[in-house]
Design a protein. Structure first.
Length: 413
């Protein structure tokens, strides 16, 4: 339709109406998904919006059972996305609910006093101190916790900071900016020197023996770059410009002409070259940095996505093309919204809306069978293969809301 608009002035009015109609459909879809998120937030609370974290995954009729490690788990990444999805829908109090939970979690950890956030917390209201997820191991007769969930990844801290910055943008409440700055200060201590730009992956392990992660993730640096760019625009503190320059340098160094953006570096600091390609690390740099500021080296990334990651209805997580990744396809839809291709965005949004769980109203993580990622569980490569399952997923739903509402989580809207 957009091509017709460019080639035939006589149908310009038809084109405008078609684009307007697709925007209206996208907005209606976003509102419907927001309603599902709202139900999840107030379920069991008598309709009251409490300070709380939302569960990242739900069980579904006919789907595989949720493992014990995920049954009460609220990942910080997913909840940060949900807070921003609520903002995209104009539900500021609902976004505050999660933002306030992030602030409490950063200030009342059971061990750490440096303001870091864990990768996950227990889903539900926070009455005093934030609880970590876990389960009763009946065989060992102990309360068990997942090592990754109690650890801290740089990217998750950055996503929480972005949610708080978005809340500050909408409310102008100082507490959200102050909390975001505290998280950014924590991220800044992960930065290397001029010869080793970028931030390392965070800390892994149970306290008090958590170890600093030596590898660097391109994703984590994209997220941290977004936080640093935002703070440098509203603050005179030079550390944010320095953090932005360092992370941008690292992200750009990870751009390979044939393979797009690489996943990051290994424990020795060498770039990890792989025949595989991962979708989100291709999409996110373009959402963070506007066209006028992008390095020339980033060109043709979208072409690589289409050539190596496209599957019927959208995109896969990685280059094996074994299925539709709902969350990533929503990310791509938002990219096309932001890049001025609303038709492509609407097509992707319509595709992922075919994957709504009828019970919860949330989007599934996959369109059906388990989806491989080429990654391992945990932060140190010691776990089994990380797979996405056919479960209703908070993160996928939140990304779809933002795509439908054309809300960029990385920048002020």
């Amino acid at each position: 339709m957009l091509d017709i608009c460019r080639s035939a002035l006589s149908v310009a009015t038809v084109c405008v109406l078609a684009v307007t109609a697709s925007h209206a459909a996208d907005g209606a879809a976003g509102s419907t998904l927001c309603t599902a998120l709202a139900r999840l937030q107030t379920e069991g609370a008598g309709g009251t919006v409490l300070t709380m974290f939302l569960p990242s995954y739900l069980s579904s009729i006919g789907g595989p059972p949720l493992p014990e490690a995920l049954q009460n788990t609220a990942f910080v990444y997913d909840n940060s996305l949900a807070a921003m999805a609520f903002l995209a829908c104009g539900e500021i109090d609902r976004a505050r609910s999660i933002g306030d939970a992030l602030i409490v979690a950063g200030g009342k950890d059971r061990f750490y006093m440096d303001g870091r956030l864990r990768n996950a917390y227990r889903a539900g209201p926070i009455t005093e101190n934030p609880a970590l997820p876990g389960w009763w191991d009946d065989r060992s007769k102990v309360w068990a916790e997942d090592e990754y969930q109690v650890s801290t990844a740089a990217g998750n801290v950055a996503w929480a900071a972005l949610a708080l910055l978005q809340l500050h943008e909408k409310t102008k409440e100082a507490k959200y900016l102050e909390a975001a700055e505290r998280l950014a200060i924590w991220l800044d201590q992960l930065r290397g020197d001029d010869l080793s730009p970028g931030v390392v992956g965070g800390y892994y392990g149970f306290e008090p023996k958590a170890v600093r992660i030596a590898w660097k993730s391109t994703e984590h640096n994209i997220d941290t770059l977004a936080v640093a760019r935002w703070l440098s625009m509203i603050s005179e503190n030079p550390r944010w410009e320095g953090l932005a320059e360092s992370t941008l340098q690292f992200v750009t160094s990870m751009r390979d002409d044939k393979s797009g953006f690489l996943i990051g570096t290994d424990l020795t600091g060498n770039a990890v070259h792989s025949t595989d390609l991962w979708l989100d690390v291709q999409v996110w740099p373009f959402l963070v940095v506007p066209k006028s500021r992008r390095p020339a080296k980033w060109a043709d990334t979208i072409g690589l996505m289409d050539a190596k990651l496209a599957v019927p209805g959208g995109y896969d997580f990685n280059g094996d093309r074994d299925g539709l990744w709902i969350e990533g396809t929503a990310q791509a839809a938002l990219l096309f919204q932001q890049e001025g291709e609303p038709k492509r965005a609407s097509e992707l949004i319509a595709s992922i809306l075919e994957n709504v769980d009828p019970q919860s109203g949330l989007l599934y993580a996959t369109s059906g069978p388990p989806l491989s990622t080429g990654l391992t569980v945990g932060a140190m490569g010691q776990g089994g293969a990380f797979m996405y399952q056919h479960w209703p997923h908070l993160g996928a739903t939140a990304w779809a809301v933002m795509a439908a509402m054309d809300f960029n989580p990385f920048r002020p809207n």
